[in-house]
Design a protein around this ligand. Structure first.
Ligand code: GLU
Length: 415
């Protein structure tokens, strides 16, 4: 089954549990609009390459489409459809008035020069310009896209429109209409939810051990935040390799080392308490909390039974497959699902949009003060729904979101 088919299956399963209106289920099972664009880019060598990109607008019942743009060789229409569906559900879980969308370009950005990356971003922006805008569809960073890329998007879109439109994307740099706290928002939101869960489930004790898969934006921030809160980070990995330190590691040092060596897997010296491990080994380490902050389908039916963590925090989108869900449930592994765990990112994107539209700039304290109650409320809603339906947290997050979406869809469609 494809990623999107899996996502629809999860919608159907939750729909059955909550006895969702069939018309609403049908509407949520397909995107409102899917777009493929093919655009030429002149490479530094003078060669012309045609790149393939996508934008999927899944659902706008609760507000403008919202969701990131990813640059990756694995991007395809099916993946973007699944990711856009999760955005719709995610925005509804945290109860912000936005819908779901997602975009992507099939490219390995690490192979491009900065000039080529800029040209590609501008060409993609022109190609999707008729579909986006602050009231229509608002992109943001995702895998291998960042504030600089958002800056080029704003600039190109503003040229197309003939006016300055900072609210066309979020995740911009601070000096370019960005919001305080956006960079670390995904991790911060996940930390708030994890903290509430540990408290409510009576699992909180000092020195809980943590393994983090993916040491990019979300992974490196979450490792630092959890270490500051007294958790012990014992393993981290990136796309090139992993590091296991049985006596704990220092996330900031690991990040500095990764910047120098290119991978956290290189960050050990012979004879110390750390060793190099593979990504597969990392996922199977004995630990209290496994944070997944890389790509989708990392825990599947192949390795789910080998997971020794007690809790999985999904900071990535879709890191646990549908089949793996069942195995983890049977083994008593608690999964804090992506559409709740990583919703802090889009929540601060929403704050950024509000600041842009109101010509305001909020302080870091103001952003944090607004993010925390949103995440805590979302956790409480999902947790109480899980208790009511005797369901997993993932099923409960889907039910929570789909109830809100159902109300909006019914009011709009007159169902
Ligand atoms: N790409 C992030 C996500 O998957 C953020 C999306 C946004 O801020 O719009 O949630």
């Amino acid at each position: 089954m494809s990623l999107f088919q899996n996502t629809v299956k999860r919608i159907q399963e939750a729909a059955q549990l909550m006895d969702l209106d069939k018309d609403v289920e049908r509407i949520l099972s397909v995107p409102e609009r899917i777009v493929e664009v093919n655009f030429p880019v002149k490479m530094d060598s003078g060669e012309l390459r045609v790149f393939q990109g996508f934008r999927v607008q899944h659902n706008s019942a609760r507000g403008p489409f919202k969701g990131g743009i990813r640059y990756h060789t694995q991007v395809d229409m099916d993946e973007v459809k699944a990711l856009s569906t999760w955005m719709t559900l995610k925005c509804a879980v945290v109860n912000i008035p936005l819908g779901g969308g997602k975009g992507g370009v099939m490219v390995d950005p690490k192979e491009l020069s900065p000039k080529e990356l800029e040209a590609l971003t501008r060409a993609y922006t022109r190609a999707i310009a008729p579909l986006i805008g602050p009231e229509i569809d608002v992109p943001a960073p995702d895998v291998y896209t960042n504030a600089q890329i958002m800056g080029w998007m704003v600039d190109e879109y503003s040229k197309v429109r003939g006016m300055r439109v900072p609210g066309v994307v979020t995740g911009k740099a601070l000096d370019n209409g960005g919001s305080q706290g956006r960079d670390e928002a995904t991790s911060q939101g996940g930390v708030y939810v994890l903290r509430e869960m540990l408290k409510d489930y009576g699992l909180n004790k000092p020195g809980l051990t943590v393994v983090v898969q993916g040491f990019g934006n979300a992974g490196s921030h979450v490792a630092r935040m959890l270490a500051e809160d007294g958790f012990e980070i014992i393993g981290v990995s990136d796309s090139k390799g992993g590091l296991y330190c049985k006596k704990g590691l220092h996330p900031t040092e690991a990040l500095i080392c990764k910047t120098h060596t290119g991978s956290v897997g290189e960050c050990f010296t012979a004879g110390d308490t750390c060793e190099r491990i593979t990504n597969e080994q990392l996922l199977e380490l004995e630990c209290d909390i496994l944070v997944l902050s890389a790509l989708e389908n990392q825990i599947t039916e192949k390795n789910a039974a080998k997971v020794k963590a007690k809790i999985i925090l999904e900071l990535a989108n879709g890191p646990v497959s549908l089949e793996a869900d069942g195995i983890l449930k049977k083994n008593g592994v608690l999964v804090i699902p992506d559409i709740l765990a990583n919703a802090g990112g889009v929540t601060v994107s929403y704050f950024e949009l509000l600041q842009n539209l109101a010509h305001e700039t909020w302080t870091a304290e103001e952003v944090a003060k607004k993010l925390e109650p949103v995440m805590v409320a979302a956790w409480k809603d999902v947790d109480s729904t899980a208790k009511q339906y005797k369901s997993t947290l993932r099923e409960a997050a889907y039910i929570t979101a789909m109830k809100r979406l159902s109300d909006a869809i019914k009011l709009r469609q007159g169902l």
